[in-house]
Design a binder for this molecule. Structure first.
Ligand SMILES: [Zn+2]
Length: 239
């Protein structure tokens, strides 16, 4: 590898590797992720949100200036601050475990032990390789083992994990594993159908494809249960 192609060193599986510009593009275009957990620094939450906003504002101003934009223009003047605030308080707030929804459980007094499906949960996320939107729908299901959770909590949990720089496979698994833990059951399914703007608007520029990822735990690994779940997703509802 020529020296000028070496852009940075990262740790992947504990090993230092060198990434060339081409490797970096390939990793993004193939949407490869390295683990189920979002890779975070040990000092991720030592700074306050306000301190992060102030620092990101400075960095984003520098990016805009490098692009040649005139930040004395009234329309652009506030953009670095707006972007910084949006990153920390809105679209990436799911990085902070303090923002995780509390999944209060209730006794399943009516003994409903069939499958519960919450479908068409809209979410907005951002691709961690390009920082452009992923727009999709999540369908979540579980079979109660005696405890149930408020329906809106399923939407909130999807939203929480979506509000991070993400790859779709990881988002799917993070929702599935968290639900298994919160509900105390392996019987959880998550299916996500999403459009990646980094695929639609740049790179291969495919505007019509979408990506489907699935997580099937416990009884959802059985063909019959899985088919029942998939049939519910096809049910047309007229409201
Ligand atoms: Zn991407």
């Amino acid at each position: 590898m020529k020296q000028k192609e070496t852009l940075l060193n990262i740790r992947l599986d504990g090993e230092k590797i060198e990434l060339s510009d081409k490797h970096i593009d390939d990793m993004g275009d193939n949407h490869i992720s390295t683990s189920v957990d979002t890779p975070m620094r040990a000092d991720a939450f030592e700074k306050t949100d306000d301190a992060k906003i102030a620092a990101i504002e400075t960095h984003f101003r520098a990016i805009m200036e490098e692009l040649g934009l005139d930040l004395t223009d009234d329309s652009l003047r506030g953009t670095p601050h707006r972007v910084a605030k949006m990153y920390v308080r809105e679209i990436f707030q799911g990085l902070n475990p303090a923002n995780k929804p509390v999944m209060a459980l209730f006794e399943n007094k009516y003994r409903y032990n069939e499958m519960l499906v919450e479908k068409n949960i809209s979410f907005y996320s951002n691709c961690e390789h390009h920082f452009v939107p992923i727009i999709g729908k999540a369908h979540v299901a579980y079979i109660s083992n005696g405890k149930v959770v408020g329906l809106s909590k399923l939407n909130r949990l999807v939203e929480y994990f979506a509000k991070r720089p993400q790859v779709q496979e990881r988002l799917t698994m993070q929702i599935g594993k968290e639900l298994q833990q919160d509900l105390g059951t392996e019987d959880v399914a998550v299916l996500i159908d999403a459009k990646h703007l980094c695929v639609a608007s740049r790179g291969v520029e495919d505007d019509t494809s979408s990506t489907i990822t699935a997580f099937y735990g416990g009884r959802f690994q059985e063909e019959k249960t899985r088919q029942e779940f998939l049939q519910y997703l096809e049910l047309k509802t007229e409201f």
